[in-house]
Ligand binder design. Sequence first.
Ligand SMILES: Cc1cc2nc3c(=O)[nH]c(=O)nc-3n(C[C@H](O)[C@H](O)[C@H](O)COP(=O)(O)OP(=O)(O)OC[C@H]3O[C@@H](n4cnc5c(N)ncnc54)[C@H](O)[C@@H]3O)c2cc1C
Length: 467
Amino acid sequence: MRAQRTARWIGGTGVVVGASMAGLCAARVLADRFEHVVVLDRDRLPDGPEHRRLVPQSQHPHLLMKAGHEILEGWFPGLTDDLVDGGAILFDIAADVHWWDQGGLARRPTSELVSPAMSRPYLEHLVRQRVAALPNVTIRGATAVGGLTEASGGGRVTGVRLDDDTVLAADLVVDASGRHARSVRWVEELGYESPVVDQVHIDTRYVSRVYRRDDRRTRGWTAAAVMGGPEAKQQIMCLPIEGERWIVVLIGVNGVVPPTDDDGMLAMARSFESHAIAEVMETSEAMGPAVTHRFPASQRRRVEKLRRFPAGWILLGDAICSFDPIYGQGMSSAAQQAQALGAQLDRAGAVDHRLGRRYFAAAGRIVATPWSIAVGGDFAFDGTTGDKPFGTDLFNRYGRRVIIAGQHDDAAVLRFNAVAAMVRRPASLLAPGFLLRVMWASRRGPGVVTSSGDESAVTLQSTQATR
Ligand SMILES: Cc1cc2nc3c(=O)[nH]c(=O)nc-3n(C[C@H](O)[C@H](O)[C@H](O)COP(=O)(O)OP(=O)(O)OC[C@H]3O[C@@H](n4cnc5c(N)ncnc54)[C@H](O)[C@@H]3O)c2cc1C
């Protein structure tokens, strides 16, 4: 795999801070446009698909949405095959998922929304291998960045200062160091403004555990998600990962803390209307203890509103927007932002203020959609606080109708899943013909079990809306 050499490099050296998913995506894009690309991460970077200390979320399920999957496959042809060769499972998020929500089970029509399911360390490992194989990219682990350097007259970032005080010169610095993005403070210390930050406090708690997967057991579905309704503030999901394993996550929102002991976890799993995932937990061997993660708030830096910032400084990934992980959008959004960075570099042909302004505007547009989905959904829970987008309550009421419609009508579930997979905009749910269809289909109410093969896992068929 080679970076595509352009007729003229846009710059000499591009430095990326952070070698997690966003940093790797950024490096892939810079490799086509900069003579040298150096990716720095303060974490030790393992040789294999291992969890990393500074990416603790990697111990929890990571869904790769279709939008992100397509971008990654485009950059790294054959990545999907490699993932599958190593045990990832291709699944259709409409046809292969037992999805219980709003008191009923979604229909399961075949869609084009097929993506691989695997552990986060395995995906990151294969992507890191591909990026490291690019001839002009160097990845350095155990290398912490501690500051930025600026041109003598100001106005431009000229490199990064490492924690050991050495300086690495760069024409462009991409900060992909995650939601804490320390370069925001460094830029402020250089006399620039820092972006306004929107926050929505959801206080999501994850409790994840890995189980051995025995494919001789037929379950009739590949992955499962069971929602407990906003009063319960609890959800449960189950995803197959490589190594013939399941990863199951119990989720609490607004400070509801799922249990971590065997009996407590099973009792919570059994408390949902669908027992599909409880049955997995009961019939599969646990492969280790439960691990926890607390996600306090979704956070969006409004980079598109920045008026004064230095040329040569870019934010990307969670550094711009860190979404409530329940919606599985972070990696795909990072890939979209990196793609936009590439497009804006090509358009500008140089690293100047216009590049930053245009990229930040594009990134702001990209994150706006998943942000509206994530924080909109979070405000369905009455304990959520923060910057509530206009029209959220109305859209949530309609969203519930879409989900119920999807229990009777293939078109409804297909459109909803396309939005969730980030290949269609939420506005497509409001197209007049579709809206009428939703209103018609949802009149029947929730609770009808429609998908063959799933009934055995469903022990209670509600006929009442739960919200
Ligand atoms: C519980 C949980 C579940 C999630 N599930 C999903 C999911 O299902 N699907 C999905 O798409 N997304 C999911 N996400 C989000 C996803 O993990 C992130 O969006 C994704 O990792 C991209 O983040 P990032 O690369 O911007 O930052 P991070 O993954 O946080 O990585 C930042 C990197 O920067 C490095 N770093 C930090 N400071 C420095 C420094 N000073 N110098 C050098 N290096 C530095 C760190 O070591 C780290 O490697 C989930 C998140 C959580 C918390």
